[in-house]
Design a protein around this ligand. Sequence first.
Ligand SMILES: [Zn+2]
Length: 176
Amino acid sequence: MPHRVRCDSCGTENDLSAAVPGQAATCQNCGAAIQVPGAGPVPSNQAGPLGTVKAVAILNIVAGGLGLLWGLLMLIEAVAGATGMLPHERGDPPLALMVLICLVMLALAVAGGIFVLFAGVKLLQRKPGARKLAFAAGIVNCAGVIWACCAGVLTLPVGIFTLIVLSREDVKRLVE
Ligand SMILES: [Zn+2]
């Protein structure tokens, strides 16, 4: 069956019955490129897992930023505690202990946040070793719930999603 395709540049009707559907041909009159109709774009198998890997990477970058934000809150609370500005009621643990807890959570949040952020960036770039790094970041995100209640609750789903996606065979082939 003959394919008559009109050239967008000069308007010449070209007979493209011999051309391969879906590929580019040239206009017989002006030489401009013409898309041969017939086949749509070939669906790529890589598009699925690649999109998911990118989503995981971005989620880890966000979770890392969240960890750093949580660290900043802990810093403010530690400073408030040390300067006597933290509300302290009878029956609360000693103020020095509360400041110490804040400082430990600050260190964990900053270290965890930087690590998760770094792993997310490496995964986005699909650097060699990024899968192992992001897997560790997934565990850090899950563990965040133990150290830092508020940010941890938000990073737990990211951690679980990261571990599930990185265990997929098609993702393993995509990222080292
Ligand atoms: Zn033409």
